[in-house]
Design a protein around this ligand. Structure first.
Ligand SMILES: [Zn+2]
Ligand SMILES: [Zn+2]
Length: 258
């Protein structure tokens, strides 16, 4: 019966590629045509064992930045390079409410085995939206992503411990320095107990300059968690890394995670 309903649904609303809108002859995620799918690149080793910045070659190791100035978190990992068509996909999710993007992302994570070896965690904290932004958008993309990507850890999701106290202007329109200033005093903890002595996993959609993630981690640190790990769906990296890093076979993808 379900198959029949799906066939009827596909007849009325033919499945299309989420990026280029090309007609697809399948309706199960990932909803990408082969051309768009080829441009979605998992972000895998070699990378910095702390901040997750990819290297053009060699082994995993600490990057110069992390060596000279240890980040406020224990580890940060991103699943994909932030490049087209993923960039437009996340824009469609956030600004056009295209939530069907989320199952497609999660099916890609599964396809490439990107979440194997994630560190042990006690609490999952999505980067919060200000209440005004949440009302406008109707959902917080970080919560949707956390639920879909880590379904077996649903019970660990805490959407109230960290809150956004300032309705800042969107980070995407600002430079690195402006981003940090824009986020000053933007987050607060409603419960220190929820985080104290816990292994925290902070989830966000995109890591660009790291300002948002770092601002959240600094607040989380005040509650004395035992560890903070960060996971984002996409990450912007310098062009040289993006073009020279090869994709590992699915079995090895995400091996260094943690
Ligand atoms: Zn396409
Ligand atoms: Zn690093």
């Amino acid at each position: 019966m379900f198959g029949l309903l799906r066939a009827f649904h596909d007849l009325v609303f033919p499945p299309r590629c989420l990026s280029c809108e090309r007609r697809l002859d399948y309706s199960l995620p990932p909803l990408f045509c082969e051309y768009c799918l080829a441009n979605i690149r998992p972000l895998v080793s070699p990378l910095c064992t702390c901040c997750g910045e990819p290297f053009p070659g060699g082994e995993d190791h600490l990057c110069g930045q992390c060596l000279s100035n240890a980040p406020v978190y224990e580890s940060c990992r991103s699943l994909f390079y932030y490049q087209p068509p993923l960039t437009e996909l996340l824009v469609k999710l956030k600004f056009s409410g295209r939530t069907e993007v989320v199952p497609t992302l999660s099916s890609l994570v599964e396809k490439y085995g990107l979440l194997t070896g994630l560190p042990e965690i006690d609490i999952i904290v999505p980067v919060p939206l200000h209440i005004k932004r949440l009302r406008q958008r109707g959902f917080n993309q970080s919560i949707l992503l956390a639920r879909q990507l880590l379904p077996e850890n649903k019970a660990l999701l805490n959407v109230t411990a960290l809150v956004r106290t300032k309705n800042t202007i969107p980070q995407s329109s600002l430079s690195g320095k402006e981003r940090r200033a824009n986020l000053k005093d933007s987050f607060a903890l409603t419960s220190f107990e929820a985080v104290k002595n816990k292994k925290v996993l902070l989830i966000d959609d995109v890591y660009t300059t790291g300002s948002t993630v770092n601002a959240c981690c600094r607040i989380l640190r005040k509650a004395a968690p035992s560890e903070i790990h960060v996971l984002t769906v996409a990450r912007s990296v310098s062009r040289s890394y993006a073009t020279s890093t090869s994709i590992l076979p699915p079995g090895q993808a995400g091996k260094s995670r943690g």
